[in-house]
Design a protein around this ligand. Structure first.
Ligand code: ADP
Ligand code: MG
Length: 449
């Protein structure tokens, strides 16, 4: 069958582009149902596939099929892709999707293009983002009178778009007559360019200057765009004078946005500047748990911990990994355990290059037991020190290639017989004492997640 041939060709081309392991996991299980009237219908095993592909390769399937179509059938046509989901959807999930979609449509009807998922309720606060979150809430509660503008900055994938959208979603609910606009800086730029080219500056002004709430994402992208900066400066002034709320996001603070005019930079910083830092491990765990609950993904605790400790700072990547695990467990019908998780995510999680050393282990173990390293290395033999010391020796033997005498040196000048004895002791205790065993497992996760 011709279509099937075309699909096989498309799959090979896709494999070439995304690499074998991504291909195996995400693309190989896809079936082509039909190509008809410029639309390819494909079947994916479960909704995680759709979510993942749309997030990471939104145009890949459509472009690949389009470019491989025979000339006669319209090569390079703008192929639409429709996803059929093979798995029977749980009613809870279906209802959630329907709710989100209907909200998205309703907002779009008011000219508000916000992701309905990006709400305060779905935003996990922790020490890294608490300040920005509190500021955003204050602004959402009383737009125009709390901090104006609110300027939120932070690294990629840390929740800026989510947080400023949450302001929009909240205000849209509370004040149905409010005139709200969310735009990316690219979009704002193209609107300005379009207006200038087509002598439509009056329309542009009336659109932007009559807003009650203006949300502009990623303003660092306005660097070097002088005309756009000029237009934005005046827009912000008018809104500010009318006590209308402005919320801006950027990947860096105003003073580090180089090629913008001084007066725009100073306008950016005239309200409140709030930063979002990379999340700590507890916040990452809370985010994973929340997202897993929303997506109905069951994850064992050690997998949650593994994810949180291995994905360093980017929450978007954290979610990408989670969706992968969700897709996998949905396929196999059982939750992923730690070894499976490690293997599924091996290409996405960088193993720490720094090899673990006996010294690092001694330090970590001392810290775990609340001891100073110098105390653990001291000559004393009291039990409170003897056990941590044995644990450090045991873990060094298990987790590194360090020689016995070197291991002995790292815990304060023990000879190799002492190290062997310590390892035997710990092994025996692990077998007898479940709590002790769990502690060792925790330490291993901590040292070598
Ligand atoms: P940025 O705009 O800073 O690059 P996003 O706002 O797009 O980052 O966030 C990336 C992803 O991480 C989104 O799916 C978002 O929902 C999620 N996310 C970020 N921070 C949080 C948080 N504190 N709680 C829950 N989800 C978060
Ligand atoms: Mg963003």
């Amino acid at each position: 069958m011709e279509e099937e041939k075309l699909w096989q060709k498309s799959l090979s081309a896709i494999e070439e582009k995304v690499g074998a392991s991504t291909f195996e996991l995400w693309f190989k299980p896809i079936r082509l149902i039909q190509i008809k009237e410029g639309q390819a219908t494909i079947e994916v095993p479960n909704r995680f596939f759709k979510e993942w592909i749309e997030d990471y390769h939104p145009a890949l399937i459509s472009e690949t099929i389009g470019s491989l179509m025979p000339e006669s059938a319209g090569r390079n046509m703008n192929m639409a892709v429709k996803y059929n989901i093979a798995e029977k959807q749980a009613t809870g999930i279906k209802r959630m999707d329907a709710r989100l979609e209907s909200r998205r449509t309703k907002l779009a009807g008011r000219g508000i293009y916000l992701n309905p998922k990006y709400t305060f309720g779905n935003f996990i606060a922790g020490p890294s983002n608490q300040f920005a979150q509190a500021a955003a809430r204050a602004v959402a509660d009383s737009p125009g009178s709390a901090y104006n503008p609110l300027f939120v900055y932070g690294g990629v994938g840390l929740g800026k778009t989510h947080l400023i959208s949450a302001v929009g979603n909240y205000v849209a609910d509370k004040r149905p007559d409010c005139n709200i606009l969310y735009v990316s800086s690219e979009q704002f730029t193209s609107e300005v360019v379009f207006a200038f080219r087509n002598s439509k500056t009056e329309e542009l002004k009336s659109k932007y200057r009559n807003l009650d709430l203006l949300l502009i994402d990623d303003v660092q992208l306005l660097e070097n765009k002088t005309a756009t900066q000029e237009e934005l400066f005046h827009t912000l002034n008018v809104l500010y004078e009318r006590q209308k709320q402005i919320v801006l996001s950027s990947d860096r603070p105003p003073k580090e946005i180089k090629s913008i005019t001084d007066r725009l930079r100073s306008r950016f910083g005239m309200g409140l500047i709030a930063d979002i830092q990379p999340p700590d491990i507890e916040t990452k765990i809370a985010i994973i748990e929340k997202k897993a609950e929303m997506e109905r993904i069951t994850l064992p605790g050690d997998v949650v911990h593994f994810l949180a400790s291995k994905v360093k700072s980017n929450i978007r990547d954290l979610e990408g990994c989670l969706i992968r695990l969700g897709a996998h467990s949905s396929l196999t019908g059982s939750p992923v355990d730690l070894p499976a998780a490690k293997s599924i995510l091996r290409d996405f999680i960088q193993e720490d290059d720094r090899a673990l050393t006996a010294d690092a282990i001694a330090k970590a173990v001392a810290e775990y037991f609340g001891l100073k390293l110098t105390d653990m290395r001291a000559m004393r033999r009291t039990k409170d020190i003897a056990i941590p010391r044995q644990v450090a020796m045991y873990l060094s033997r298990e987790l590194t290639e360090t020689s016995l005498s070197e291991i002995g040196r790292c815990v304060g000048g023990k000879n190799h017989a002492t190290v062997i004895y310590a390892c035997k002791q710990v092994e025996a205790k692990r077998a007898q004492d479940e709590n002790f065993n769990r502690m060792i497992e925790n330490l291993i996760i901590k040292l070598k997640p």
